[in-house]
Design a protein around this ligand. Structure first.
Ligand code: ZN
Length: 618
């Protein structure tokens, strides 16, 4: 009975709230700034007649992005007449009486009168480019956008609303950090916002975090730093500790260098710096790609595979073509094959490796995550932070259920001392380990040089493709020649014995498909090369897209557990090595190779059907 009464009371309360539900907020454009005030804070330029300044508060002389209010921000981001402010029932409204701090009460009252806001954050639902989302915006004008109990509570509410309604969230931050007046109650807002943000991530919903001038302290080190993608406005001051504290700690002059959006991009901490005029469009495209709107729906008919019409080049000629100066790079293929490429940057901990390009894109109507090794940057040598950046992209593919396309083109991982210090071995191994059971389709294509570990690290895929004039090699032929023949000039004669051409890889079952190139090589007609590649990637994708997450991982396991063992030639080698080891253990001379009886291993069932059970382990 008691339950019934309380349930009745709940319904009455719910009905009251429904009636009180706020209407769509009618947003107005940014107010025209009067002539005497229309001056750039940074360079002093007169901006009265500048449309960009009047509409966006951006200086067209120096590019300074002036701070704008939360409502102005919402006007610039949300679709017209789509923003509905969140019900604030159940959230804290004013903690100052609780704290018994009259000065603070007065400051809040004054801030409310001045800004017309009840607190330093506005949150609501809206659409951005037609994509429904929750939008939460901090207002620096209200006590520095600092995070007290009310701000923390409303941010938490915004994350909870997104989680319960299955919506992505966009947060826009301009904040100094904590609300010191609220003491420890302000500090714990970090934990409050992070725990609610985690609920959203666990439901695989997207969080786009926008950092604007300034983003520091507690807000910077909590939810604002957890976005799946983080964008920042140009020259925004971003950082954890106040500049003064950094200078004291370093015992150096005060310098803003580390506390800028630009420095954050260089150090791999944010994904992109975005001009305010382009922000709405970029958020909209990113939400498009994260949403389920771009998925290959009906199973289209798989186009037949058209093999190359010209014979395979000799190994040394292949190597020359793969290294050809004008051969299309990963970015060339991405630009030619996909639309709406949203690039992500950085490993979120040390640096952005320019030799890895990755991000979200649309490929033939399907949203994909794409990772490429860019051979014209740092010689295409991937650093540990490059692999960790790639891992971010892989996790993004897993989270949003997007196919992953890897474009391999590297002479090898970066072999310098810093690379060792930052854990290149760990980066390579963890990348391969992550790929091995990624719950989403993975297609890897060797588009140029497939240089040993650096190439294989991106090659643990459900389907491995190789372009006709690309190669995969355990060692560069020049180094092989210097080790084996003590003469680097004899690389050419050694090349064919390294079994590195597309045809060799196909014969050994190391790759599944050879992608034809235009006559003379991809560089003779890059657009045609990209078209041929795109067709085959989509062809392979169509065949495996229907797999369950477990089946994607299982089929990769089977593929690599038995890779190469189906080639009779390799079976012979394994048998020979086993026999040698046995002889060695029996104390016989193992160098007498001729005396070893080579027995062919029984051929494991080939080809390995993805539906078949794994073969029993030997
Ligand atoms: Zn300026």
């Amino acid at each position: 009975m008691k339950d019934l009464i309380s349930y009745g009371a709940y319904l009455v309360q719910k009905e009251k709230l429904r009636k009180k539900r706020p209407k769509t907020v009618r947003l107005t454009p940014l107010q025209q700034v009067p002539e005497e005030e229309a001056v750039c804070f940074s360079c002093g330029a007169d901006l009265f007649k500048s449309d960009m300044y009047q509409q966006y508060r951006v200086c067209n002389s120096c590019g300074f992005h002036q701070n704008i209010s939360a409502w102005e921000r919402i006007y610039l981001l949300a679709d017209p007449a789509s923003f509905i402010e969140l019900e604030l029932y159940g959230t804290i409204t004013d903690p100052s009486p609780l704290l018994g701090n009259e000065d603070y009460e007065e400051r809040i009252r004054e801030a409310r009168e001045r800004t017309g806001l009840s607190e330093a954050v506005i949150a609501g639902t809206c659409t951005i480019g037609g994509n429904p989302a929750v939008l939460a915006v901090l207002d620096f004008g209200f006590l520095g956008g600092n995070m007290g109990m009310v701000v923390g509570d409303r941010i938490a509410k915004a994350f909870e609303t997104a989680t319960s309604k299955n919506l992505p969230i966009v947060t826009v931050v301009s904040s100094g950090g904590a609300r010191i007046e609220e003491g420890v109650l302000s500090l714990v807002q970090m934990a409050k916002t992070i725990t609610t943000a985690k609920q959203l991530y666990n439901k695989n919903l997207a969080h786009i975090s926008i950092l604007t001038h300034p983003t520091t302290g507690e807000v910077y080190a909590s939810f604002a730093n957890l976005g799946d993608v983080i964008f920042a406005e140009p020259k925004a001051m971003i950082g954890f500790a106040p500049l003064r504290v950094v200078a004291q700690t370093e015992k150096s002059e005060l310098s803003e260098m580390g506390h800028t959006a630009e420095s954050h991009l260089e150090h791999g901490l944010i994904d992109q710096i975005v001009h305010r005029t382009k922000l709405r469009n970029l958020i909209s495209i990113t939400l498009d790609l994260f949403s389920s709107r771009y998925r290959l729906g009906v199973k289209k008919k798989v186009t037949p595979y058209m093999a190359s019409t010209h014979p395979q080049e000799q190994a040394w000629d292949t190597i020359q073509l793969a290294r050809h100066e004008e051969r299309p790079t990963a970015l060339d293929y991405i630009t030619e094959m996909t639309q709406s490429f949203v690039e992500i940057h950085g490993d979120r901990s040390y640096r952005d490796d320019p030799a890895i390009v990755c991000g979200l894109a649309e490929l033939g109507g399907q949203a994909v995550v794409i990772i490429g090794q860019q051979r014209d940057r740092n010689e295409g040598r991937t650093t540990p932070e490059g692999f960790r950046k790639a891992q971010r992209a892989m996790k993004m593919a897993a989270k949003f259920g997007l196919p992953l396309i890897n474009l391999i083109d590297t002479p090898g991982a970066y072999p310098g001392a810093e690379s060792e210090e930052r854990g290149i071995g760990n980066a390579l191994a963890s990348t391969m380990s992550l790929l091995s059971d990624l719950p989403t389709p993975v297609i890897s294509v060797i588009i140029g040089q497939g240089g040993s570990e650096g190439a294989l690290a991106l090659g643990i895929a459900n389907r491995v493709l190789i372009m006709e004039n690309a190669f995969l090699s355990v060692i560069p032929p020049e180094r092989a020649a210097s080790i084996m023949l003590r003469d680097v000039k004899r690389a050419e004669e050694l090349a064919s014995t390294l079994k590195l051409t597309a045809a060799d890889c196909k014969e050994f079952g190391v790759v599944d498909l050879v992608v034809p190139e235009p006559a003379g090589g991809a560089h003779t007609d890059p657009a045609e090369a990209a078209r041929l590649l795109r067709n085959l990637i989509l062809r392979e994708l169509l065949q495996i897209q229907g797999y369950s997450p477990e089946k994607h991982a299982r089929s990769r396991y089977k593929r690599f557990r038995y890779v190469g063992s189906s080639a009779p030639f390799l079976g012979g080698i394994f048998a020979k090595q086993t026999a040698q080891i046995q002889k060695f253990l029996q104390g016989e001379d193992t160098t007498a190779e001729e005396s070893v009886q080579i027995t062919e291993e029984p051929d494991p069932e080939k080809p390995l059907d993805d539906d078949s059970d794994p073969l029993p382990l030997p």
